[in-house]
Ligand binder design. Structure first.
Ligand SMILES: Cc1cc2nc3c(=O)[nH]c(=O)nc-3n(C[C@H](O)[C@H](O)[C@H](O)COP(=O)(O)O)c2cc1C
Length: 307
């Protein structure tokens, strides 16, 4: 079953069986005081969230929240709807407990997401929602900032924090926006916009696990300079090292996620945390399959995230 089919079933069950919904919520919900956390001004009921890519359009936030997640990140959403890449675009690597995907930001556009989240927030203002924003495939990199601004403005009232995604390997040229100058331009423009509002929203940057140490040093500098709220580390990798699966399958284009990205993601988190002297919160994501995996990503001052 893919994420859309699973999401649809969850939503169907949630809508049709209010009692079932209550049973699910009470089975999975855990309110342990010690797990509550306040990070960048937001209160999280627990530190385990759902990463971007499962609920691309913000359609399943309530049923997903009933499964016990402390926060749900929706998207990546783009200003205009787009179909994403042709299928097949997702490949399972069971021997490696991994996936390769090249979905390509398939989504219904930011207007649809904003409407759905408006309805959700009217009903459940307490569910913490992160809006992961990107650019349309057809938008050239030099105009990318306007796509991020459109998504930011449209979602401002209906999300709790923003994630700037410049790290997906499946939109041609997107990762070039991780370079210092274009990245500073996007983040500074968003922050200027943010400061114009009476309240501001935390903005986080989601980075690839394939950055070099020098690029990670740049990221630390950029966080300090643009004063964004933190980092999400990491997205999928383009590396194919140490896989048990045969080459015919691992040769598929796209981002690799799951177990094989676990160590590298933890390494990136540790590097950023130590090198910056824990200057900002990091949401850790990548290959988390157990509580132990999540704990490995915890050094201090940041929360876990898994998909
Ligand atoms: C099918 C699929 C779609 C994804 N789509 C997005 C996306 O739209 N935006 C994004 O920032 N990350 C996306 N991701 C990356 C995940 O959010 C996560 O960073 C990555 O998969 C590593 O975590 P994991 O090993 O726990 O899956 C996607 C991942 C998968 C498997």
């Amino acid at each position: 079953m893919d994420d859309v089919a699973l999401g649809k079933r969850l939503k169907w069950f949630n809508d049709k069986f209010p009692l079932g919904k209550t049973i699910i919520r009470s089975s999975f919900d855990f309110h342990i005081k010690g797990l509550e956390k306040e990070v960048f001004g937001i209160k999280f009921r627990n530190p385990v969230g759902l990463a971007a890519g499962f609920d691309k359009n913000g359609e399943y936030v309530e049923p997903l929240s009933n499964l016990g997640f402390g926060f749900i990140e929706v998207g990546t959403v783009t200003p205009m709807p787009q179909p994403g890449n042709d299928k097949p675009r997702m490949f399972r690597l069971p021997n490696d407990e991994a996936l390769i995907n090249r979905m390509g930001f398939n989504n219904k556009g930011v207007d649809v997401m904003a409407e759905r989240l408006r309805m959700l927030k009217d009903k459940h203002p307490d569910i913490v929602v992160g809006g992961n924003i990107g650019k349309n495939k057809a938008t050239p990199n030099q105009d990318a900032v306007s796509d991020y601004i459109k998504c930011f403005d449209r979602l401002f009232d209906v999300v709790d924090y923003f994630v700037v995604n410049v790290s997906s390997p499946n939109t041609p040229g997107l990762r070039e926006l991780q370079e210092k100058e274009p990245l500073k331009n996007i983040l500074n423009t968003l922050q200027q916009r943010n400061r114009k509002n009476d309240i501001s929203r935390p903005i986080l940057l989601k980075i690839a696990p394939d950055l070099t140490d020098a690029q990670l040093d740049d990221i630390i500098e950029i966080v300090a300079e643009t004063k964004i709220a933190g980092i999400i580390a990491t997205n999928t990798t383009i590396s194919r090292e140490n896989l048990a699966t045969e080459k015919t399958l691992t040769g598929e284009m796209g981002g690799l996620s799951g177990k094989p990205v676990k160590e590298r993601s933890t390494e990136v988190i540790k590097y950023l945390s130590v090198k910056s002297n824990k200057a900002f919160p990091i949401i850790g994501v990548g290959g988390i399959h157990s509580a132990k995996d999540a704990q490995e990503k915890s050094f201090r001052k940041f929360i876990y995230d898994f998909i």
